[in-house]
Each structure stands twice: as structure tokens, then as C-alpha cells.
Design a protein around this ligand. Structure first.
Ligand code: NAD
Length: 250
């Protein structure tokens, strides 16, 4: 199991304070990594969980949709433990308004966080990792990396682009010892999906299509994240792994 061991590694997880990011942060810590969570909301619960595993943890509160703060936030994260071995670009938002009425502000808010911050944080981490000759980057995609969705044009555009960035950077950085891949979660029970889970018809239709017959949980991402953050995936580059209870197979 040494292939999956993350002892001594430092992982930066955006949106690590709750939801899927929290599940990923705890999973990486269980495999041995120390964690920096960068979140808009509190990361206290995650820090507590990571520390109770005997790992170190730090948090930064920041709005990653503000492009002007990204460099200083990344440098602050780097400063905690002196290196970044693993970056997980997980923070993301969704705005559900029909395309014909979709407010420009919603479009820009979603693209700023889900796309712009992902690229610029990849770039900042990539420079550091190129210098060190190694690193792992995991971007969080979506089923809407493959499908169009309903009432979420900005989100769909951003998640298609996450796959594009992941592949583009893999082409440039695979030879430099950096593996960059993505995880496409299926329908997961978090704040992000509370609106569609509250809609009885929508919720029933979604569940009926999931071969695993249940919504995913943050803990379902632990294994795939550890795999993509560890030596076990050293020859994987630019791949998008669906963790979806079989949704895409249907
Ligand atoms: P969530 O709303 O539960 O958590 C989002 C996290 O991102 C929170 O910790 C929040 O503080 C942080 N965040 C939000 N805006 C931020 C900002 N401006 N700056 C910094 N941090 C910010 O959502 P989630 O379901 O855990 O989603 C996590 C990721 O997974 C997102 O990229 C989302 O698109 C993706 N995803 C979720 C699902 C799902 O079904 N829940 C499915 C596919 C993909």
C-alpha cells in the first residue's frame, strides 16, 4: 500500500471547509498528508478532523473568485509548510437560472471561481512544482463536463473548460514530473445540490438514473483523490475520472 502513502506531503484543497472538499481533505489526511484548506466559509470542522488524525492543518479564508488575491493566497498557503505537493482545485459554485434570463453577474461569478481561479491556481502551483520536478494537481469537474445540464449555462461552460485546462496543462507538464488530472463527481449530497434534492420530481428522476441507487457523499471521493494524489497514478496525465455511481454508464 506504500504506493498510496502521502506521509510528508502537503496538500492544498480549495473549498476544503465543507462538502466534497472536506471529504477530499480528510481522505488525503487519512493517507498521511498535511492540509491547507482555502475556503470562503469556515474550515474549522475540517481542521479539527485533520488534526484528530495526527496530521497538521492550516486554513486561509479567501474569496478565490477575486483574481487579484490568488497569488498572495497561494504564497500564504505555500508559507505554512514550505511546499505544495498536491493542489486540489475544488471550490466551485452553481447558479441556476434559465439561459434566456441568466444574469450576466451569475455568469461572471461562476466563471471567475470555477474557471479563472482554477487556471491561475494551477499556474501558480505549476511554477512551484516545475521548479521541484514533481507535483500532483486534481481539478474537480462534473457530469456537466460531459452534458449540458438545465438552467446552468455558466456552470456547464466552466466544467467543460476544467477538462480542457486539465488536458492542456497535462500536455505541457507531464514531462516535468507533474500529474494533473480531474475528478468528475456525479450527483452528490452537498449544499451545491440542495435545491435539486429539494425538488421532489427532479430528485426522483436523478436517483432513478443512478445505477448505484443513491446520491454520492463527500467520503466517496476520498479513494479517487488519494489515488490521483499519490505515486499510484504517476503515469496518469490529463484524465477525467468519473465518480458517479455509474451515471455516465447509463
Ligand atoms: P459546497 O457548496 O458544499 O462547497 C463549496 C466549497 O467551496 C465551500 O467550502 C465554499 O466555502 C467554497 N467556496 C465557495 N465559493 C468560494 C469562493 N468564492 N472562494 C473560496 N471558496 C469558495 O459544494 P460541493 O458540492 O462540495 O462542491 C465542490 C466542488 O464539486 C465544486 O467545484 C462543484 O462544482 C463540484 N461538484 C459538485 C457536485 C455535487 O453534486 N455536489 C457534482 C459535481 C461537481
Amino acid at each position: 500500500m506504500g504506493l498510496f502513502d502521502l506521509t510528508g506531503k502537503v496538500a492544498v484543497v480549495t473549498g476544503g471547509g465543507s462538502g466534497l472538499g472536506q471529504g477530499i481533505a480528510i481522505g488525503l489526511a487519512e493517507a498521511g498528508a498535511d492540509i491547507v484548506s482555502i475556503s470562503y466559509s469556515s474550515s474549522d470542522e475540517t481542521i479539527q478532523a485533520v488534526e484528530s488524525l495526527g496530521r497538521k492543518a492550516s486554513a486561509i479564508k479567501a474569496d478565490l473568485s477575486d483574481e487579484t488575491v490568488l497569488e498572495s493566497v497561494f504564497n500564504e498557503a505555500l508559507g505554512f509548510f514550505g511546499k505544495v505537493d498536491i493542489l486540489v482545485n475544488n471550490a466551485g459554485i452553481i447558479r441556476r437560472v434559465a439561459a434566456a434570463d441568466h444574469p450576466a453577474q451569475d455568469w461572471h461569478d461562476v466563471i471567475s471561481l470555477n474557471l479563472n481561479s482554477v487556471f491561475f491556481l494551477c499556474q501558480l502551483a505549476g511554477r512551484h512544482m516545475i521548479e521541484r520536478g514533481s507535483g500532483k494537481i486534481i481539478n474537480i469537474a462534473s457530469m456537466l463536463t460531459y452534458q449540458g445540464g438545465i438552467n446552468v449555462p455558466g456552470y456547464t461552460a466552466s466544467k467543460h473548460a476544467v477538462a480542457g485546462i486539465t488536458k492542456a496543462l497535462a500536455n505541457e507538464w507531464a514531462s516535468k514530473g507533474i500529474q494533473i488530472n480531474a475528478i468528475a463527481p456525479g450527483y452528490m449530497a452537498t449544499d451545491n445540490t440542495s435545491a435539486i434534492r429539494a425538488d421532489e420530481n427532479r430528485s426522483r428522476d436523478i436517483l432513478a438514473r443512478i445505477p448505484a441507487s443513491r446520491w454520492g457523499t463527500p467520503a466517496d471521493l476520498k479513494g479517487p483523490a488519494v489515488f490521483l494524489a499519490s505515486d499510484a497514478s504517476d503515469y496518469m496525465n490529463g484524465h477525467v475520472v468519473c465518480v458517479d455511481g455509474g451515471w455516465m454508464a447509463r
